[in-house]
Design a protein around this ligand. Structure first.
Ligand SMILES: Cc1cc2nc3c(=O)[nH]c(=O)nc-3n(C[C@H](O)[C@H](O)[C@H](O)COP(=O)(O)O)c2cc1C
Length: 234
C-alpha cells in the first residue's frame, strides 16, 4: 500500500496550496517523519464554530466506539471552534497583513503517519457543511498533491436541528472532498449501515436523546476502526 511521500512532493504541494504562508514549515517538518509502524490513531475534526456543543457530542460518541472496537487505538478530537482558518491560501490568495491562520499547525497532526483514519463532523448549515468545514477541506489542498491523506480511512458525521434537515446531503458533500484526497471513505456499520453519522440535535431533551442518530455515529466509529484494522492490523 502506497502511503509514502517525499519531501519534494510535500514542498511542491505547499507551494501550490499555501504560497509562502507558514504552512510551508509545518508541511516540511511533517515530511521528515517517516511512515513507519502500524498506524492506530483516529483523529476527529469537529467543524462546528460552537465549541463542545452538539456536533462535538456526536463526534465524541463516534470516537468512543472507535476505542471500543480497536483496542489500543488512540483517538484525538480537534475542535476547529475558535480557530481562524481562512480559505484564501488554498487558492493561492495570500493572507492579509497580520491575519491569523491556525491551519498550518494542524498539518503535522493530520499527516502524521500514526494517523490511520479521520472522522469529520459538521453541523448542517442550509443543507450543507458549515463554513468552517468548507474552509478546512479547501485548505486540505495542501495534502492533495503529495497524497499524504491517501489510504487513511475517512468517515463523516452531520448534525442538524431537524430530523431530515439535510444530514445525508451534507455527509455526501464532505465525502466527495475526502474521496478526492484518495482517502478510503466508509459509511456506518450495520445494523444502521448507511452513509455515516446522521444526528438530530433538535429532538426533545437534546442530542443525547437521539438514540437513532447517535447509533449511526457509533456504528460509523465501529466501521472506521474495523477498516483501519483490516488495512493496518499487526
Ligand atoms: C446558519 C445555520 C443554518 C442551519 N441550517 C440547518 C439546516 O439546513 N438543517 C438542519 O437540520 N439544521 C440547520 N441548522 C441547525 C444546526 O445544524 C444545528 O443546530 C446543529 O446541531 C448545530 O451544531 P452545534 O451545536 O455543534 O453548533 C442551521 C444552523 C445555522 C446556524
Amino acid at each position: 500500500m502506497d502511503t509514502t511521500w517525499t519531501r519534494r512532493d510535500f514542498l511542491s504541494a505547499t507551494a501550490l496550496a499555501a504560497g509562502a504562508s507558514a504552512g510551508s514549515a509545518a508541511v516540511a517538518s511533517a515530511a521528515q517523519s517517516s511512515p513507519a509502524g502500524k498506524p492506530k490513531k483516529i483523529v476527529g475534526i469537529c467543524c462546528s464554530p460552537r465549541k463542545g456543543k452538539t456536533t462535538a457530542a456526536a463526534l465524541r460518541t463516534c470516537l468512543e466506539a472507535v476505542r471500543a472496537e480497536l483496542p489500543g487505538a488512540e483517538t484525538e478530537l480537534i475542535e476547529l471552534a475558535g480557530m481562524k482558518i481562512p480559505g484564501g491560501p488554498a487558492a493561492g490568495v495570500p493572507l492579509e497583513a497580520g491575519e491569523k491562520d491556525d491551519f498550518p499547525a494542524l498539518i503535522p497532526r493530520l499527516a502524521d503517519p500514526k494517523v490511520a483514519g479521520i472522522v469529520i463532523a459538521t453541523p448542517v448549515y442550509f443543507g450543507n457543511m458549515s463554513y468552517l468545514c468548507k474552509a478546512f477541506l479547501d485548505r486540505c489542498m495542501v495534502f492533495f498533491k503529495d497524497r499524504s491523506l491517501a489510504n487513511k480511512v475517512a468517515g463523516v458525521i452531520a448534525v442538524g436541528g431537524a430530523r431530515n434537515g439535510g444530514q445525508e446531503l451534507t455527509v455526501r458533500s464532505v465525502q466527495v472532498a475526502l474521496m478526492s484526497q484518495q482517502m478510503i471513505v466508509v459509511g456506518d456499520a450495520p445494523p444502521s449501515g448507511h452513509w455515516g453519522g446522521t444526528v438530530w440535535s433538535g429532538i426533545e431533551g437534546g442530542v443525547e436523546k437521539d438514540d437513532f442518530g447517535l447509533a449511526t455515529a457509533r456504528n460509523l466509529g465501529r466501521r472506521v476502526a474495523g477498516v483501519a484494522k483490516l488495512l493496518y492490523a499487526d
